[in-house]
Structures are given as structure tokens and as C-alpha cells.
Design a protein around this ligand. Structure first.
Ligand code: HEC
Ligand code: HEC
Length: 318
């Protein structure tokens, strides 16, 4: 009974992985403006396959709370956030906080050409990207920040960062069909190195749900192979369902939760693998006990007991 269920699950997983691979490899249509704009917002120099400008973005020096430097300071996402709300959103505190503004709100009140003009430094000469990006790319960025951004405050709890009211079963179907082929059914097959920390689908989903949503909807800048939710015809809510399911996947810190808690905390080296935790402790304890009693004495005692049992059993037969 149990083995047949297991075989069934394995077969279904294999079929889903096959479907995932086929749909991923069929995936070559040119991206639409909002998708490109979103990837430029993520990391424009990765999309253009160029190096980031040298040094820090000039505006960066207006703040000191976010201590990153170099290429990251040129990313729209680093200043305006993955939830697009800048200082009014997830980056209102923490190591990413800059105090830079809510681009979703500002862009909503601007026309596309006003946004493009701003990206060329019309209002603030330091906010000029025209040396690096063509007009066409700036127009795609403008389209994205005006029409592509999504307000997820109703679906992600701002404090716990958990999805509220997502459809877990639907998320699992979408995940197994479109993502598991690369990321694994447990989300751990691809390891992301994020600022020195190893992350998996489960940990990104829990630690940075807005980045997860952005990249599930629009793809990852510079990663051409990954399917783009928007191009699969997904609605914003579909990505929320996938996020809800992804938040239930292992984060890689399960064993250490007692000692290594907290978002953004540095992971401590995991010395003994799974056995380094509870089991290792029990084994060490048992080892001490055995040493105290003396293994030999215990062995002798065992032999005596077995001998006595045999004698007793033979006697009973008579
Ligand atoms: C180093 C931080 C930083 C980066 C990187 C950055 N911005 Fe901004 N952005 C700001 C600040 C600060 C403002 C407030 C107005 C100003 O000084 O330009 C702003 C304002 C804006 C506005 C509103 C302009 C207005 O008139 O109110 C838009 C739209 C915008 N940014 C889009 C972008 C886009 C798109 C990118 C990526 C190409 C980007 N920003 C990159 C810091 C940044
Ligand atoms: C064809 C293989 C492939 C498929 C299928 C795929 N991904 Fe990815 N994914 C990648 C690669 C490669 C990366 C980048 C890894 C890196 O940055 O080291 C990535 C990165 C990501 C990231 C970024 C993680 C971070 O640190 O920000 C998220 C989120 C993500 N994938 C979600 C998904 C979801 C959701 C699906 C299903 C809709 C999916 N992926 C399907 C290959 C894939």
C-alpha cells in the first residue's frame, strides 16, 4: 500500500518535471516592454550585459543607512525597493533602508514621457541614466514603473511577510509544473548566493517575498532560461499562490532555528550536517554513558543474560 502510493507520487513528479522541462525549453518569444522594463529595474547592467558604472551612484551619498557600495547602488530596486515603495515599504527599515521615495506612488502621477525625462536628469541631474541606457530602454522602464508595478499589500502581511489568503494547492500545481524542473520539488536544487548567505526558493520566499514576486512575475535580470510568469499568462494572483506554496518549502535553516533565528542574520557554519544537531548530541551523551560503565563490562553482562535465557529455555522444554 505505502510503496504503491510512493510509486504513484514519483510517477506524478516525473511527469510534472517532464512537462516543466518542455514548457521551459519552448520558451523563446520576445519579451514585452513591461517584462524588459521590470528586468532593467532589477539590474539593468545585467540585462544589457555590461559592467555597472564605476563607483557609487551619485545620489547614494545622500544617505548612510544602507552601507552597500558599487554596482548595487545603481539598481533601481536597491533604492526604490522590490515592493516599489522605497521608504514607505519594506525598505523603511533594515540594512536596505535609504529613505529614497516610493516610485510606485510618484510614477502613478507622471506621464511616461515625464518619467523618461526624469530618468535623463531633467529634475535631478544626479538621477540621469541616459549615459547608460537608450531611450527605448528608458521608455520600457517608464512603462514598468507606471503600469507594471503591483501593490501586494493586500496579499503579503507587512510584518510577518507571510502570504495572507493565497491558494496553496493552486500554487503547488503551478510550482511543480513550471519551477520544480530547475529548482527541485523542495526548492533546494539551485542555491542562490545572496550577500554571503546560501538561499533556496523557500528562504527567498520567506525572507524577501517582494523580490520573489517580482522575479516570478518578470524573471531574473540576466537569467534568460527562467520562465516569466507574465509570459506564461499568469495573473498577479497566480504568483501570490506560488509564493504561498514556496513559503512552505524548506529554508535550509530548519535544524538551526533555535540558535540561528531572525531575518537577515548571518548563518553560522553547519559543522556536522543533520547529525550535528539533536542526534549528534544524543550519540555523544550515550557515548559518555557507555564509557563510564565500560563497554567490556556491558558486553559481558549481555553474554551472561543471553546464556541464562538459553539455559532457562532449555530447562523449560524438559
Ligand atoms: C541611488 C538611488 C536611486 C537609484 C539607483 C534610482 N533612483 Fe529613482 N529616485 C531616487 C531619489 C532620491 C528620487 C527622488 C527625486 C530625485 O532626487 O530624483 C528618485 C525619484 C524617482 C522617480 C520619481 C521622479 C519624480 O519626479 O518624482 C522615478 C520615476 C524614479 N526615481 C525611477 C527610477 C528608476 C526607473 C530607476 C532605475 C533606472 C531609479 N529610479 C534608480 C533614487 C534612486
Ligand atoms: C530553466 C530553469 C529554471 C526554471 C524552470 C525556473 N527557474 Fe527560477 N531560477 C533559475 C536560475 C538559473 C536562477 C538564478 C540563479 C542564481 O541567481 O544563482 C533562478 C532564480 C530564481 C529566483 C531568484 C532568487 C533570488 O535570490 O532572488 C526566483 C524567485 C525564482 N528563480 C523562482 C522561480 C519560479 C517561481 C519558477 C517557476 C515559475 C522558476 N523559478 C522556474 C532557473 C529556473
Amino acid at each position: 500500500m505505502r510503496t504503491s502510493i510512493r510509486i504513484l507520487i514519483l510517477t506524478v513528479a516525473a511527469i510534472l518535471m517532464g512537462v516543466g522541462t518542455i514548457s521551459a525549453s519552448n520558451f523563446q518569444a520576445p519579451a514585452d516592454d513591461i517584462t524588459v522594463g521590470a528586468q532593467l529595474y532589477d539590474r539593468w547592467y545585467a540585462v544589457l550585459n555590461v559592467s555597472a558604472p564605476a563607483g557609487n551612484m551619485p545620489i547614494w551619498e545622500r544617505q548612510s543607512t544602507n552601507t552597500r557600495s558599487g554596482p548595487d547602488t545603481w539598481r533601481c530596486s536597491e533604492c526604490h525597493g522590490w515592493d516599489y515603495k522605497g521608504s514607505e515599504g519594506a525598505y523603511s527599515s533594515g540594512s536596505h533602508a535609504t529613505g529614497f521615495p516610493n516610485v510606485m506612488k510618484l510614477a502613478a502621477g507622471m506621464t511616461d514621457s515625464e518619467i523618461v525625462a526624469h530618468l535623463k536628469g531633467s529634475k535631478d541631474p544626479s538621477h540621469d541614466f541616459s549615459k547608460y541606457l537608450t531611450d527605448t530602454d528608458l521608455e520600457k522602464l517608464a512603462k514598468f514603473v507606471k503600469d507594471g508595478v503591483q501593490d501586494d499589500s493586500a496579499s503579503v502581511d507587512a510584518h510577518t511577510l507571510k502570504v495572507t489568503g493565497g491558494n496553496l494547492a493552486h500554487g503547488k500545481t503551478l510550482y511543480d509544473g513550471n519551477c520544480a524542473s530547475c529548482h527541485g520539488t523542495d526548492g533546494k536544487l539551485i542555491v542562490f548566493r545572496t550577500e554571503g548567505i546560501n538561499e533556496y526558493i523557500g528562504s527567498v520566499a520567506n525572507r524577501d517575498p517582494y523580490r520573489f514576486l517580482h522575479r516570478t512575475r518578470f524573471g531574473v535580470a540576466g537569467v534568460k532560461t527562467m520562465p516569466v510568469g507574465r509570459e506564461l499568462g499568469w495573473q498577479p494572483a497566480d504568483s501570490v499562490d506560488v509564493l504561498a506554496y514556496a513559503q512552505s518549502l524548506p529554508t535550509g535553516t530548519e535544524i538551526e532555528t533555535a540558535t540561528n533565528a531572525g531575518a537577515g542574520s548571518k548563518t553560522s557554519p553547519n559543522l556536522g550536517g543533520p547529525q550535528g544537531g539533536v542526534l549528534g548530541g544524543i550519540l555523544t551523551g550515550l557515548g559518555t554513558v557507555f564509557a563510564m560503565l565500560g563497554l567490556n563490562a556491558l558486553f559481558m553482562l549481555g553474554l551472561i543474560i543471553i546464556g541464562a535465557l538459553i539455559v532457562w529455555a532449555l530447562r523449560k522444554r524438559n
